[in-house]
Each structure stands twice: as C-alpha cells, then as structure tokens.
Design a protein. Structure first.
Length: 367
C-alpha cells in the first residue's frame, strides 16, 4: 500500500541517484518496473536496497524491434525516468519527444550530474565533482586542511535522487490536473546548490565566511561539534540555543565564566579545548546516560551496527527485517497509508513473463 498505489513507473536501470529515486517511489506504493540490459539477466543480490519492491524486466535497448515494444510499454506508464548522459535516450529512439508523442500525460524524468545543457553537460563526473561546483565541498572539513570528501549524500542522494523524486511527483500532480506531461531535468549540481541555499543566504547577511571551521554550523563553535570520549568513541553536541547551552554546561559540570559569552568567536578554540578535556573523562555511554532525556542536544555517535539497536530506532521500527536483511524502513510516515516493503531486490528479469502478459508485450523480444 501507500499514497502512490496505482501509479505505474518505468525506470531505466542505472546506479546511485536514479535507483534511489525509484526506491523512494516504490516505498510510497508506486508500481516501479526497472528495465535492465539483457546481459544483466539472472543477476541476483537481495542486499541491493535501491531495487527493493520493484519488478524487473530485461531488454536489448539497441534492437529497434525492442524499441517499439518499450514505447508500447511507456504508452501505458504514468512516469518514466532515466539516468544516461544527455542524448543517449534520443539515439535509442526513446527520448522525451518520442515518448510524449505517444503519451501526452507522461512525466519524463532525467537524472544527470550536470544537467541536460551547459558546457559540462556531457562530461563524466561523480558526487564529489558535482558538489565541488556548488560550494558545498569547499564548506566541509577542518580549517587549514583539504575539503573533506563526504559520503555521497549531498550530490547523489539529497541533491540527486531525492530532488528527482520531488520533481517527478510535482510534474505528476500537474499532469493529473492538465493531462499534459513534461520533462523533469534533475541535475545533481543544481540539487546540491539548492541544499546550499541557506548558507548562501547566511553569507549575504554577513553571518557566514568562506573558510572551513569558521562558522556556527561547520564545527568551529565549541557547542556544535563532535568530541572524543575516554573509550575513543564520540558524542555529538549541538547546544545552539541559550537554554540548551545552559543545560550542556550544567551536565558537563562547567562553571567557568569564560563560557558565559557563548557567541564570542574569538574564544571558541579555547572553549573547545576545555570541553574536549572534560568529555575525555568519561566513556561515550557514560555521557549518554548523563544526557539521557535532556534537552542539552547531546547524543552518542553510533556506527551502522549500533544504529540498528538504539532504543529510539527500535521503538519507532526504523529498521525492518526482510528475509534476513535488516534495512532502513520506508519513510516518511503517513496517518492513513501504511508503507511497506514488498520484497528485497529480485533476480534481474524475473518478472519478464508477467510484465509481458500484463502490458501485451512480446515475450520473444524480452526473454
């Protein structure tokens, strides 16, 4: 079930942000069919989380006879999306113009790093490259050190797959109102710029400088950073508001008057050293007990194994076990529709026969 139940989506299989977008839509209840290359048929990996709850079909995209069949399938879809370089789908005869000609209400999503146009549109790249052009990469890391190569959350997933999902759903609402589809050009460089909008705003207001570890939210403040404990594990401190900051000092048993000037940047380095020495006196879990149920905004830094067993995540069923694979549950949560995972990633091509029957496709061409 889910709010997107009944919506039919064709995903041209790729890597990273495209499949993640498809996972989000499938989690929300859409019927997502992923189309893989014929030479991938039979590959199976139940831990490929991005392809959970999706059906699978394979085809030789370079066969013109198959192209006609795929167009027949697209004619029956609400949404189609792909993640190839600009121009690839057009060469296959499956570009937006070809598809919208036969399905006027179709939403056609396109996921790329640089976008469909611009001088870099057809260049290769990865998350680290896209966020390097948005100002995001330059903002992450410690002072007097290289920009920190982060997990590919900012470009691929936040600025990529999630932005594509928002674009697709917006265009889908428009299509339902007007019966007219459109193309969604989702570029990871654009998406990461959108994620950086708050910091561009702070910079214009004079509250942010373009130097790492020099601002309120980049690890410069003594009340917004991670600290190592006596057991070499870490706690995260985010006590920004004065009332939360007061609780932090109380729980740390700090009474030094130097800490009274919370927002005096000139003394932040000194105060960080004092807090660091204090935190080093106890283990992470000892601090966890001290700050438990406190509004000081102090939490343990967990690894992925620990996250699965943390009391809060367990209470909210934030992980769900599907056939021996304990994985993050679908989100967000809805008051009426209960989201669920239909199954783990299937063997590639395992639904070919059923899909051909359902959509009147040639089994000979797809098998």
């Amino acid at each position: 079930m889910g709010p997107l139940q009944g919506i039919k989506i064709l995903e041209f299989s790729g890597i990273g942000p495209g499949p993640y977008c498809g996972m989000l839509l499938a989690d929300l209840g859409a019927d997502v069919i992923r189309l893989n290359r014929k030479d991938q048929k039979g590959v199976e990996n139940k831990y490929d989380i991005h392809n959970r709850s999706k059906r699978s079909i394979t085809a030789d995209l370079k066969d013109p006879n198959v192209t006609e069949q795929i167009l027949n399938l697209i004619k029956q879809m609400d949404v189609v999306f792909e993640g190839f370089r600009p121009g690839v789908m057009e060469k296959l005869g499956l570009g937006p113009e070809d598809c919208l000609k036969i399905n006027e209400s179709l939403v056609y999503g396109r996921m790329t790093g640089w976008g469909q146009d611009g001088p870099m549109a057809k260049q290769a790249g990865h998350d680290i490259n896209y966020i390097s052009l948005s100002g995001a990469l330059n903002s992450i890391g410690r002072k007097n050190s290289n920009p920190l190569a982060p997990l590919n959350l900012v470009g691929d997933y936040g600025g990529g797959g999630m932005h594509l999902a928002v674009g697709i759903l917006s265009a889908l609402i428009s299509s339902m109102k007007t019966n007219k589809g459109q193309v969604v050009d989702s570029a990871m460089v654009d998406g990461s710029l959108s994620l950086m909008s708050f910091f561009y705003s702070l910079k214009e207001m004079g509250y942010w400088v373009d130097e790492r570890e020099s601002n309120l939210l980049d690890g410069a403040a003594h009340f917004y950073d991670t600290y190592e404990c006596s057991d070499n594990k870490f706690i995260a401190i985010g006590s920004i508001e004065p009332q939360f900051y007061a609780l932090l000092l109380q729980k740390l048993e700090i009474s030094d008057s130097k800490f009274d000037n919370q927002m005096d940047k000139s003394i932040w380095p000194e105060l960080k050293e004092l807090i660091s020495a204090k935190v080093k006196l106890k283990t992470r879990d000892e601090w966890g007990k001290i700050f438990l149920e406190s509004d000081a905004c102090v939490t343990p830094v967990l690894d992925m194994e620990e996250a699965q067993t943390h009391a809060h995540n367990v209470a909210r069923n934030a992980f769900v076990d599907i056939d021996g694979f304990n994985q993050p549950a679908p989100s967000p949560r809805f008051s009426k529709d209960k989201l669920s995972i239909k199954h783990n990633s299937k063997k590639i091509g395992s639904d070919t026969s059923d899909i051909c029957d359902e959509f009147n496709l040639s089994k000979d061409l797809f098998s």
